[in-house]
Design a binder for this molecule. Structure first.
Ligand SMILES: C[S@@+](CC[C@H](N)C(=O)[O-])C[C@H]1O[C@@H](n2cnc3c(N)ncnc32)[C@H](O)[C@@H]1O
Length: 349
């Protein structure tokens, strides 16, 4: 029998789920009140599998940025080996800010997050003040947080941050960590560390009743767009285009990388970095024949999300377009206007 043509199922990702995500929709076979567990950076998935088997009535979300790890876990899910697990392409910070709501999680697990400890990696480390605040906010009272690392400096740094996290209580106190695992199974990375003489440092914390930092879910903004009059022809704009960057306060960056044209449209490939999310998007300037106006907006390539950074990027692209010919003017602005360029002069006050 010929196999029916199956549509490929798109990979679950932080940008193709509602913000915050719908647990009941994602786990239709699990009870709506069943526990919710998050594993960040599951790698080859030994811990994920253990979670699935040891808590069959729970809903387990594994997030990863590595495609091979995701493929392996997706294969196991497709074969029915992990019936209560969903895996998602998501950076931890994006999942914690956008996908997961306050007080939603029963457990958060992080095993061997960053394999190196270099000062140049500090801004990209998973365990930082902001991540611990978010984890505290997303856990329920009584919820469990575990962290393992084989790097002594990473353990010291984590212990310091955790000691300054009043919403989490150390179950190994007065020791900062345990030298043996008390939760879960040995992971691939962990067993390699042991063979190479790097034992694990195991943190186990519980969410207590102290208030969590107030960090609501960052939801979508309305779709941004700006209407312009009198734009030069897109092919002329492409000829003049040089890659450029814009930087707003609040660590928002837009890099305009390449431009392409059709007679009625300009497309600018743009990479937008915000503290909570990084997106490669297509920004468009499209001609509306009826009004004669051009509309600068977010293109629908992939699953771009209209964030603050996208609003800023649309605005800065419109500003660039206005410098390309005399007489280009804004006839409608539907972007949020509260961003200040990072290098803009202060108010003078
Ligand atoms: C050293 S490996 C450990 C993998 C696994 N937990 C283990 O113990 O075998 C770190 C994992 O975290 C993932 N990772 C790194 N940064 C991440 C982030 N910001 N969000 C989600 N996953 C991340 C990497 O892709 C990698 O699979």
């Amino acid at each position: 029998m010929p196999r029916p043509n199956r549509q490929p199922v798109p990979r679950l990702s932080a940008t193709n789920v509602p913000w915050p995500m719908d647990w009941d929709g994602l786990f239709p076979n699990q009870a709506p009140d069943s526990p919710r567990i998050l594993e960040i950076g599951f790698g080859y998935g030994q811990f994920l599998r253990w979670l699935s088997q040891s808590q069959p009535a729970s809903r387990i979300l594994g997030i990863e940025i590595d495609s091979t790890s995701l493929q392996k876990a997706e294969g196991a899910c497709d074969r029915g080996e992990l019936p209560n697990v969903r895996v998602m392409f998501a950076r931890a910070e994006t999942a914690l800010w956008h996908v997961l709501a306050p007080g939603m999680l029963d457990e958060v697990h992080v095993n061997f997050p960053d394999p190196w400890f270099k000062s140049s990696h500090a801004p990209r480390r998973l365990i930082q003040r902001s991540a611990l605040d978010l984890i505290t906010s997303r856990l329920k009272p009584g919820g469990l947080f575990t962290l393992a690392t084989d790097i002594r400096e990473y353990a010291d740094m984590s212990a310091e941050h955790l000691a300054q996290t009043p919403g989490l209580t150390n179950t190994h106190a007065p020791e900062p960590w345990a030298w043996e695992r008390t939760v879960g199974v040995m992971t691939k990375y962990e067993s390699k560390g042991y063979k190479e003489g790097r034992p694990g440092h195991y943190f186990v914390y519980r969410r207590n009743d102290l208030p969590a930092p107030d960090l609501p879910v960052i939801r979508d903004q309305p779709m941004p767009h700006i209407k312009l009059n009198h734009l030069p022809a897109p092919a002329d704009l492409v000829a003049r285009f040089q890659p450029f960057k814009a930087h707003a306060e609040g660590d928002i960056y837009a890099s305009y990388m390449a431009a392409y044209s059709r007679p009625d449209a300009l497309l600018v490939e743009t990479y937008i970095v915000e503290p909570s999310i990084q997106q490669q998007v297509a920004l468009l300037a499209t001609h509306n024949r009826e009004t004669g106006q051009w509309v600068v907006s977010l293109g629908a390539v992939g699953t771009p999300r209209p964030t603050d950074g996208v609003h800023y990027a649309v605005r800065k692209l419109a500003e660039w377009l206005m410098t390309q010919a005399p007489g280009v003017e804004v006839v409608g602005d539907y972007t949020r206007t509260y961003f200040r360029d990072a290098d803009a002069p202060g108010d003078g006050g």
